[in-house]
Ligand binder design. Structure first.
Ligand SMILES: [Zn+2]
Length: 161
């Protein structure tokens, strides 16, 4: 979804708040709002010295042990910066640093929540599957016991010799 929007940038001009030409890398790694966000996570040096987004992600993943965390943070930052950029361009609104940080924070918690909901759903499916297997097993056991009981009561009916 983000990528689709960014393809529109190819014919685009300069950044609206600084003299650099506007590209995805510029918006997400180098422009002022990006530096606000990355500084919050002590990643501003990494962001500003990376040649592009792929390079940045590669280096961030090497630097961080939790690579899922890097992905969530990056997605949250990219979405926030993109929204901030659109709000500037189309609505003439500037997001102050505190607002940028809060937006990223909200995006991160939403992504985490979504991930844990999905995990929870998977766990539920897994326990439902196990319950089904358990019931099938119990039914089989019961059938077997019934069959044995029938067989033994049938032999009980035999007259004693
Ligand atoms: Zn800029």
């Amino acid at each position: 979804m983000i990528r689709k929007h960014w393809s529109l940038l190819t014919e685009h001009q300069d950044c609206d708040i600084c003299p650099a030409s506007e590209s995805a890398s510029h918006i997400v790694l180098r422009c002022f709002p990006a530096s606000v966000i990355w500084a919050t996570f002590h990643m501003n040096d990494l962001a500003s010295s990376s040649t592009d987004i792929v390079h940045f992600m590669h280096r961030a993943q090497q630097a961080w042990i939790n690579s899922r965390g890097v992905h969530i943070l990056f997605a949250a930052a990219a979405v926030t910066l993109w929204h901030a950029r659109n709000d500037r361009i189309f609505n003439n609104k500037r997001w102050p640093p505190s607002y940028l940080r809060r937006e990223v924070h909200d995006e991160v918690s939403q992504a985490r929540q979504k991930a844990s909901t999905m995990k929870h759903r998977r766990q539920e499916q897994e326990s439902a599957r196990r319950e089904k297997l358990r019931q099938a097993f119990l039914k089989k056991r019961l059938d077997k016991l019934m069959a044995e009981k029938q067989a033994s009561s049938a032999s009980d009916d035999q007259p004693n010799s």
